[in-house]
Design a protein around this ligand. Sequence first.
Ligand code: GLU
Ligand code: MG
Length: 429
Amino acid sequence: MQDRLRALFCDHLSICRGKYLPGSKIGTDSSRFARATFAVHYDRDLLLDAPHTKVREGAPDMELRWQADDIRPGWEAGTQVVLGDLHDEDGPLSLCPRGALKRAVADWQRHGLTPKLGIELEAFALQGDPSGRLRPYDAPGGVVYGTGPFADPMHINDAIWRKAEELGFRLDMITAEYDSPQFEYTLTFDDALKAVDDIVLFRQMAREVALNHGIVLTFLPKPIPELGGSGMHINLSFTDAQGNNALANGPKGGPEHLNDLARGCLSGLVKHHKGLAGLVAPTAGSYLRLQPGAMSGYWQNWGGDHRGVTTRISGEGGDKARLEHRMADASANPYTAAAAVLQAARLGFDNAYPLPPMETGDGFDKTDARVGTAPTLRHAMRDLAADTALARAVGVELVEHLIFMKEREFRKTRDLEPNALLDFYVWFL
Ligand code: GLU
Ligand code: MG
C-alpha cells in the first residue's frame, strides 16, 4: 500500500492544521483550505471581522503549496509529511507565518548573509488524574539536568528520541529542565527555514508520541503557575558568502569580541524589545513567564554568558559564535517568532541604533535595565502596534491580524483562573 501524505501549515495560533491526502496525490503540490481558518480562535469562535481573512467575502479558499523535495517521513505508520506556504490568487498570503520567515531570510541575504538558527524548546508533561483533570506527570525524582527514569519514569523522552532519530531530526540534546516534570529539547543549528520547519514538526511529533503514551506534553509558557516557565530560546548566527560564521571575531566569543554585525543585531533586539514581545510571546500565560528574575527575556538588556539578560552572547567564538534571544515561548508560531527576531536584528544592523552598555546586575536583586516586557497580553499588543518599523519589516497585514486576534484572546482569558487558563489552551499548545 502506498503511503498517504499529511500536508500541514502552522497557523496564527501556532496550531498545525492540514489534511491527509491519498498516496496517489503525493505527486501533487497543493491543496486548498478555507482562508477563514485565520479567523478561528482557540475556542473555535469564528471572528467575522478578523482583518484580511475575507470571512465576510464568502470565506474563499487559500492554497497550501509545497515542494516535492520537502516531503519527508512522518511519525505515523504509512504516512509522509510536508509543510508548505499559503497563497491566494494574488501571490503569497500576507498572513502566512512561513512566508514571513522567508521574507526575513531574503532581507538578510540581500546583505550577503544567510541566517542560521538553533532553537531550544522547553515543555511540561501532564497526565490525567482519575477524575480526568490534568495534573503534572508523576516524576517526583526529577532534578535539573535529570536523565533516566527518576526524571521520566514512563520513558516518554526515550520514545521521542528514537522517533526523532528515525525521522532524521538533528537533536542536540534532551534533558530535564529546572522544574519537574519539565524537559528541554534542542535541535542543531541549521538554515533558518529548515531549522524552523524542523522545530514545528518536532514539536508536533513530540506531542503526539507523548499523547500515545497517555502524556500531554505542553509547550505553554507557564502551564503550572507555581512552577517555572518554558521558553523557546532562539540562537542565531549568519554565514557569509564563503560559508564562514559572520558573527565570529576571531577564535574567542563573548562581549569582548563583538564585530559590527553582532553590535548591530544587539542594538536592534534591544530597541525593538517591547514590540517583539507581542510576536514572540503571544498568549496570556506568556506574561506570567516574562517576569523579573525568571531568566526568561523580560528585561530590555543584553550581556555575556548571563541568563538574566534577554540577548545573551555565547562565550564560544569562531564557528560557534552566536547570540541567544531568550524572550520567545513556543505558544508563538515559530516562523513568526524567528522572523520577528531576525527582522529586529536586521533593523539594528541596517540603522546602527545606539547600543546601551551591557547589563552588569545579577538579574535578581539588581538590574541596570529599567524597562521590561509588558505586564499583560493586551499591553504587549499595544507595544507591538506602536512599533511600526518592526511591523513593516515582519509584515503589516500579518501584524494587524495578530493584534486583532490577540486582543480578543485577552478578553476571553483575562478573568480565567489558572486551571481554566490551562484548559483554554492545553490541547493546542
Ligand atoms: N525556563 C527559562 C525560560 O523560561 C529558561 C531557563 C534556561 O534554560 O536558561 O526561558
Ligand atoms: Mg533551558
